[in-house]
Design a protein around this ligand. Sequence first.
Ligand code: X8Z
Ligand code: ZN
Length: 605
Amino acid sequence: MKRHITYAVVSIALILSGCAQKTAEEEISAAPAETAQEFIDRANAELKELGKEVGAANWVRSTYITGDTAIIASAASEKYAKWHGGMVQQALKYDGQQLDAKTQRAIDLLKLGTSLPTPNDADKRKELTSIATDLGGMYGAGKYCRNDDDCLTGSELEGLMQTSKDYDELLEYWTGWRTIAPPMREKYERYVELANEGAAELGYTDLGEMWRAGFDMSPAEFETEATKLWDQVKPLYEELHCAVRGKLSEHYGEDKVPLDGPIPAHLLGNMWAQEWGFIYDIMEPYPGVGDIDVDSTLKTKDYSPQEMTRSAENFYVSMGMPRLPDTFWERSQFVAPQDRDVVCHASAWGLDGGNDLRIKMCIKQTYDELRVIYHELGHNYYQGAYKDQEPLFQGSAHSGFHEAIGDTVTLSMTPQYLKEVGLVSSAEESEKAVINRQMQMALDKIAFLPFGKLIDEWRWGVFSGAISPEDYNKSWWDMRLKYQGIAPAVERSEADFDPGSKYHIPGNVSYTRYFLARILQFQFQRSLCEIAGHEGDLASCSVYGSKEAGDKFYAMMASGQSEPWQDALEKLTGTREMDATAIIDYFQPLMGYLKEQNAGRSCGW
Ligand code: X8Z
Ligand code: ZN
């Protein structure tokens, strides 16, 4: 059994493509007796063609949001959904047959080949694909307007949240962005109903169970697996939370940030309080020690978005991977167009079966964005690596693998690497400099963990019915409190729909992938560093320039999803288990520092 994928990041082919002119029933009766292998060959051939059409429609929709592109994209999604539904029905005739492992895997993957299962009823199918397109468009075109000619886009508001340290100003941006979401609520409710119906027709109890089925283990086992990993890393998060709350309380005052409660959700330098790197200035353990101010280099040298992207490409090339094709540079969206609405949330596209790679971003001149580019190119290199697999095997070992490639590379952006490529002027290796860098990384990598876990826990509850529409917002904030120890500074109610203000909710992109990736990337890095012959602690390792590490990494990527993820992981790391010991070991130096800082404090919320 395997994953599902989304057009946001992975191969467009499986999700949203399609072109079936007949109903599924007609197909079944009309189809000549095909062997399972012949059936899979046909599915692959059709998928290849459909993928091009759907990819093109979705690209245009995401980079040019209008009523017209909504029609085009919905029609393409509908076509794919119809094709997919028909093929899954046809695959039923192979149930119970003894098939070779590859053919069986291809059939299993075909069944899971959508993140948006639609009902077979034509009207409902159309309704669901058009709701999904609309929700994505509402997010992309969302704006907070103080008045008619004073509007801010999501991307602009995100930027403002990163730089302001003014409590009230931050609160305005925070509440302002959330005004885009209440109009999504009704559509979201209907999307849940219809997508669940689609999942039920495929044999799952609900869409959440279908999402959890994509991990080469049972959905129940996967849930246990995710909880196991969270339990491993929770102590790290609790120390970080405690130290951050202490400093924010000093900065904003104890009346604003009490020392025994949750942190106000708008003070963490990020619209969703998911990564906290932008409050590094408040948290910096040893002021001025170690130069990791890449932002100022980008500004001083006035790096263009393309130059920032070249820097990322050069890293992959240094590991022996190919240069990106010319079409990547011609067709990508690097900056926000001024004349139209687009989805600014970063994504990487493997169009035409991976032959047409692109990123879609609204790049800003910051170190944070530079790391997002390295992340996105990880997707593109994966897509390029598995492009010679059959379409049904084009995808990552599991969805967390896709997210982990580029992140693994960012772990190699050590001060020495940054110095070597001219992004900082000096690279200090003192103990204090190490702690400073670890703090900067932990604010992103550790702070993210509970957020990465809870997003889908909320959705699993919504899809299963454990969370009812009357409690959408309340349950969202209950989970934010429970996992992250954060709370809104102003009262929220069911007139709000705060989940809708986070891209992946209206975008229908599952999120556990990012949680898994945060853990996996340290496992990957530990192995790559061993292969590269690195000596010393993991945090000081950069595999920049290591062809040996690159070969092994690329080989794993090239196998796509043709084998269970456990096999792929074992080939690279020697283990078949996801495990948090690598991330825990990595941050040991910082944990020592945080425990000292927190001594005498009462942590928790
Ligand atoms: O959505 C993304 C990437 C695109 S795959 C930019 N990320 C998550 C997010 O922004 O919420 C990367 C980290 C988590
Ligand atoms: Zn990604």
